[in-house]
Write a protein that binds this ligand. Structure first.
Ligand code: PGA
Length: 252
């Protein structure tokens, strides 16, 4: 079975409600240009979810969130639950993003708890892994990705793992304009699939889409997406312009 190509916009902490609605409308207007085998996702901030949900309803663009908490509900000031996301029309949730790991205390363990909770609520987790520049320079890329992956998927069944998406994001390439070379990205992603094969067997590993993330743009997307183990992109900066976002999907 051919893997789907998953192109997801991560809008990060950008766009007010009205700006998010405007961007979502522009993405929807251009969505038909993207090849049919591409799944398109936009991930605005929490406060924009319900309004953007109205814009994308009934279109080929799905709604994603940028994080969630692992508990059902209760005294967790400032946090958002899986059930809340589902009630807002969310289908995908980005988990373990390097900015969460770097600035907000995310660990392999919290990524695991969130991934299990998302699956319990039928949300599709986009599980982010990736090495820091210092780790790459110390030849620890595979080791770091394996640790993060095994941490995130601990205790998760093959059946559930098959529903997830993975984003390989070398941290040194995020928002820096330094895109990984196609060889670097393919090599890391082939390794990730090898780890998945070890955990779940080849059949499951073959159907999990692995996105690349880190300064992906229309002009470098085609080369990346042509690689055997690169099945889409998690797009930050370039997802804030509908034309660039869809331009990346055109490379699929
Ligand atoms: P970037 O961000 O495309 O701006 O590098 C990617 C990401 O952090 O998901």
């Amino acid at each position: 079975m051919a893997r789907r190509i998953v192109i997801a916009g991560n809008w990060k902490m950008n766009k007010t409600v009205s700006e998010a609605v405007e961007l979502a409308k522009a993405v929807v207007a251009k969505a038909s240009e993207a090849p049919a085998n591409v799944d398109l996702i936009v991930s605005p901030t929490y406060v924009c979810l319900t309004e953007v949900a109205k814009v994308v309803a009934g279109t080929r663009v799905a709604l994603g969130a940028q994080d969630m908490h692992w508990e059902e509900s209760g005294a967790f000031t400032g946090k958002i639950s899986a059930a809340m996301l589902v009630s807002a029309g969310v289908k995908y949730v980005i988990l373990g993003h390097s900015e969460q790991r770097q600035y907000f205390g995310e660990t392999d363990e919290t990524v695991n708890k969130k991934t299990r909770q998302a699956l319990k609520h039928n949300l599709i987790p986009i599980v982010c892994v990736g090495e820091l520049l210092a780790e790459r320079e110390a030849a620890k890329t595979n080791e770091v990705n394996e640790r993060q992956l095994k941490g995130a998927y601990a205790g998760i069944s093959a059946e559930d793992a098959a529903k997830t998406v993975i984003a390989y994001e070398p941290v040194w390439a995020i928002g820096t304009g330094k895109v990984a070379t196609v060889e670097q990205a393919q090599e890391a992603q082939a390794f990730i699939r090898k780890v998945l094969t070890g955990l779940y067997g080849a059949a499951v590993a073959e159907i999990i889409p692995i996105q690349y993330g880190g300064s992906m743009k229309p002009d470098n997307a085609k080369g990346l997406l042509a690689q055997k183990d690169i099945d889409g992109g998690l797009i930050g900066g370039a997802s804030l312009k509908a034309e660039d976002f869809i331009g990346i999907a055109l490379g699929a």
